[in-house]
Design a protein around this ligand. Structure first.
Ligand SMILES: Cc1cc2nc3c(=O)[nH]c(=O)nc-3n(C[C@H](O)[C@H](O)[C@H](O)COP(=O)(O)O)c2cc1C
Ligand SMILES: O=C(O)C(=O)c1ccccc1
Length: 371
């Protein structure tokens, strides 16, 4: 039932998609100014698809603005020195409390697609989440690099296909399933309608191709009815820990917990779904309060700075996930660009930690914010 059909592109005449192909590390001042640079290498309609949000993009902007309403206390006489930024999430050890959010169609941004992202994540010592609508198949993405990886699922209206996809993810060595529940319908995105955007053939999602290369299931659309039974389905057919992604209210968090979620990803889909909803950062404390540490919390939507990471962890998140900046880094520098993006935010986080008197990630979680 999602509004956009990525497969539609497959029936279009062959087109050229001249997108990023550079392979180089990036000299970055910060992650915010990447967007302007990426706009110069990604075709315009693809850039709008990545950068844009729903309707007036109020929530997209609010995701950033909300971080500005809480402050970090400077603490410089604690005698602490930053030791490291490593942490563990669902049994996987990662070098920093920053992972990569699932995003469809990395082929929109760079010719290496998810293989580049996988390599960049591994080089930076963290994990990435491969989308159902990834350009490469989940097996191809898994092959590209060692290290922990998660697979994100959108349930289609074909349960046989859903079950197969989950089994494929387990067989390919994914460590967890991220079950995204905030796309019961595609968001109303003005930029995409204006551009008539559909996934280009270069980014047609290969998870939906059968052994003979014919598309399967995707024409059936994604499920609109999602509930505790859907979570149970994903658990049973994958046999893996299930992170429920797209939780933005305490009541949904409680439902997910009761249904056996192993983790909760607090997210408003980067402002791409329901415009006019609060910033993800604004709803995080109430959700952390409802969850009471029973399962880990992953936070995404609007994270761009080391201070944002610090504030999210100080508000109850265990790790944060990074979205758009990763695709911009990929577009500009391939796997090395992805590594540069992750290294930049890690560097920023270390500086904040030192200035805020937090030696470890656990210290951040124990720190209170001002405001
Ligand atoms: C281009 C793009 C494609 C996305 N595709 C997916 C997807 O396939 N599955 C999913 O769960 N989330 C998807 N998301 C949402 C991201 O996982 C994440 O919630 C969001 O990008 C975080 O916000 P940020 O970009 O502000 O960091 C997508 C986001 C973008 C920008
Ligand atoms: O664009 C998105 O945010 C997204 O999650 C999605 C949903 C359906 C198909 C492709 C991408």
């Amino acid at each position: 039932a999602a509004g956009r059909n990525p497969q539609a592109a497959a029936s279009r005449p062959a087109e050229t998609w001249q997108t990023g192909s550079a392979e180089r590390p990036l000299q970055l001042a910060n992650l915010l100014e990447l967007e302007e640079a990426a706009a110069k290498v990604i075709p315009a309609a693809g850039f709008d698809y990545i950068a844009g949000g729903a309707e007036d993009e109020w929530t997209l902007r609010e995701n950033r603005a909300a971080f500005g309403r809480k402050q970090v206390a400077q603490r410089v006489l604690t005698g602490k020195v930053v030791t490291d930024t490593a942490t563990t999430i669902l049994g996987s050890r990662i070098a920093m409390p920053v992972i990569i959010a699932p995003m469809g169609g990395h082929g929109i941004a760079h010719v290496s697609a998810e293989a580049g992202t996988a390599r960049g994540a591994a080089a930076a010592g963290t994990l990435h989440t491969v989308s159902t609508v990834a350009t490469l198949s989940l097996e191809e993405a898994a092959q590209a690099a060692d290290g922990p990886r998660w697979f994100q699922i959108y349930l289609t209206n074909d349960d046989g296909f859903n079950a197969e996809l989950l089994q494929r993810a387990r067989a390919a060595g994914y460590n967890a399933i991220v079950f995204t529940v905030d796309v019961p319908v595609g968001g109303n995105r003005d930029r995409d309608r204006r551009n008539g955007f559909v996934y280009p053939a270069a980014a047609a999602p290969r998870n939906f191709l059968d052994a003979s290369g014919r598309p399967r299931a995707i024409d059936r659309g994604f499920k609109s009815r999602l509930d505790a039974d859907s979570i149970d389905f994903v658990k049973r057919h994958s046999g893996l820990p299930v992170v429920v992604k797209g939780v933005a209210a305490p009541d949904d968090a409680r439902l997910a917990l009761d249904a056996g979620a192993a983790g909760i990803q607090v997210s408003n889909h980067g402002g791409r779904q329901l415009d006019g909803t609060p910033a993800a950062f604004s709803v995080l404390p109430a959700i952390a309060d409802a969850v009471q540490g029973r399962v880990p919390l992953i936070f995404d939507s609007g994270v761009r700075r080391g201070t944002d990471v610090f504030k999210a962890l100080a508000s109850g998140a265990d790790v944060v996930a990074l979205g758009r900046p990763v695709l911009y880094g990929l577009a500009l520098g391939g796997w090395q660009g992805v590594q540069s993006v992750l290294q930049q935010i890690e560097r920023e986080l270390r500086t904040v930690m030192q200035l805020a008197g937090a030696a470890t990630v656990d210290d951040i979680r124990r720190t209170g914010l001002i405001g």
